[in-house]
Design a protein around this ligand. Structure first.
Ligand SMILES: [Zn+2]
Length: 92
């Protein structure tokens, strides 16, 4: 009797983006948008746009996204500009 071995490989990819808003935090003012927007840390921005942190920093350096620098020298990226940016950038 011959036995057939079957191997099935299933690859599932899930991407879950959870943004935790700081309780005390309020949206910050974006000068470019001239309105209150949600500002994201580079790691969060990368998750939202589906790119690497490095890409986010590249966009910041090229001023392709709106950003502010907080008192601690930390860069925060404007969520609005990020969506505009990722529109034509998402591969799916
Ligand atoms: Zn903005």
């Amino acid at each position: 009797m011959r036995r057939t071995r079957q191997t099935r490989v299933t690859v599932e990819t899930h991407r879950l983006v959870t943004l935790r808003q700081r309780q005390s935090g309020s949206p910050a003012w974006c000068q470019e948008c001239a309105t209150q927007v949600q500002m994201l840390e580079p790691e969060q921005a990368a998750a939202v746009a589906g790119v690497s942190c490095r890409t986010i920093y590249r966009w910041v350096e090229a001023e392709r996204v709106h950003f502010v620098e907080d008192a601690g020298g930390r860069i925060l990226i404007c969520l609005n500009s990020l969506f505009d940016k990722s529109k034509g950038k998402l591969k799916t």
